[in-house]
Design a protein around this ligand. Structure first.
Ligand SMILES: [Zn+2]
Length: 394
């Protein structure tokens, strides 16, 4: 079984409803007090509203670069999900293949944070010759929003982490790559009129349809011509339209239509470049619409965006974490993490490696297998041992 301390901390972390829409300050206050009891000071980096924050601290010597353990404190909502166990109360159930710990965030990703915090006394007792940095963010689930501020703050510090482990659920496998994502909302403003007079109007649904077909053609082009990055189940950039809304009645030419689409890009592709081509096509259509009415327009707004992760296999962090987990291989995941921003914006090479599986994340009755937490505890023990060797460095 995982340690009593891991259980106690996870129980607390799960009890705070830190759905991204809520404040995470109570949870951070709990963590700060816990760290404080061990004599560790931590810093908060707030959002503009002051309702949410990132937490950052360094354990061990503060004049050299160490290993960052990173996780997000927010969770997805439970709204509309059919839970058979309490969503914000840790419940342990024994199954034939071992115990499962239930609750929102157990696997994504308060389980990892609990194991990290439970290892703090061990980090202090060694003591560490190379430091461990803790980085806990907010608003990851709605597009890696919070961590951007943390990264801005870390940029100003004289010492930034030498490498990072992003503890998202990978069943403790070493993940070196995931795709990036750019999502956007398109609002088409046409001109309404009676459908019998259709040529006098500008049909917003028709123009939206042409934009959507353009995106679909792009999707096919990516599928046939790449660029390709092997290691993914779908080894090319995907383009997808998810929701369309427009029109009021059949006898009215619709003046409004909106839709959302996304790119999930491989590292060799710039989603901003794809968006720029889409914008060029949209402005051609806009010019056409304006021949009928100068007030017609097409607005395109990015709603969420995160960078892909593409850590080279020869980066030191890869073999370093492989030694900690005993995993000789690397793999990819089909979800996003903050790792891409840490490597692209802050220049901190990192891998994703954490307990639990995304098969259980974001779902009703989310759980983590207790063996996964134990495996993560073992990884941290080895990390602490390694970083407590004098002159070992990184
Ligand atoms: Zn997550």
């Amino acid at each position: 079984m995982p340690s009593d301390l891991t259980y106690e901390i996870l129980q607390q972390l799960i009890s705070f409803d830190t759905t991204s829409a809520n404040s995470n300050l109570q949870l951070l206050d709990y963590i700060q007090q816990y760290l404080q009891r061990h004599g560790v000071d931590s810093h908060l980096v707030h959002d503009d509203s002051g309702r949410k924050a990132n937490l950052y601290t360094t354990i061990g010597p503060d004049h050299i670069a160490g290993v960052m353990l990173s996780g997000h404190t927010d969770t997805v909502p439970v709204t509309g999900q059919n839970w058979t166990v309490p969503s914000h109360q840790l419940t342990v159930k024994t199954h034939a293949d071992g115990a499962r710990w239930y609750g929102r965030g157990t696997t994504d990703m308060k389980g990892f944070i609990a194991v990290v915090l439970a290892a703090v006394p061990d980090m202090l007792a060694q003591p560490l010759h190379t430091p461990i940095h803790l980085a806990f963010s907010y608003d990851e689930e709605i597009g890696c929003i919070g961590v951007r501020r943390l990264i801005e703050t870390l940029r100003q510090l004289p010492i930034k982490p030498a490498m990072g482990i992003i503890g998202e659920p990978t069943s403790m496998k070493v993940v070196t790559a995931h795709k990036g994502k750019l999502a956007a909302k398109v609002t088409v403003t046409g001109k309404e009129c009676h459908s019998g007079m259709a040529p006098y109007g500008v049909n917003a649904v028709n123009y939206a349809a042409r934009l959507i077909v353009w995106l679909e053609q792009l999707a096919w082009q990516k599928r046939s011509s790449g660029p390709f990055e092997y290691g993914y189940e779908i080894p090319y950039t995907t383009v997808h339209t998810g929701v369309v809304q427009g029109g009021e009645a059949l006898n009215i030419v619709p003046n409004h239509c909106e839709f959302v689409f996304e790119f999930r890009n491989v590292a060799a592709e710039s989603p901003r470049d794809l968006l720029a081509s889409f914008r060029r096509y949209a402005s051609e259509l806009e010019a056409e619409m304006r021949q009928v009415d100068p007030n017609c327009r097409i607005d395109i707004a990015i709603t969420s965006e995160y960078a892909g992760l593409a850590t080279a296999n020869d980066e030191e962090v890869v073999s370093f974490v492989q030694q900690l987990t005993g995993e000789a291989t690397t793999t990819t995941v089909n979800f996003g993490t903050e790792g891409g921003l840490f490597s692209q914006v802050l220049g901190v090479p990192n891998v994703v490696c954490g307990p639990g599986s995304m098969d259980q994340g974001h779902k009703p009755d989310e759980y983590i297998e207790s063996q996964q937490l134990e495996a993560c505890e073992r990884m941290l023990k080895r990390l602490i041992k390694r970083l407590s060797q004098p002159n070992e460095g990184l």
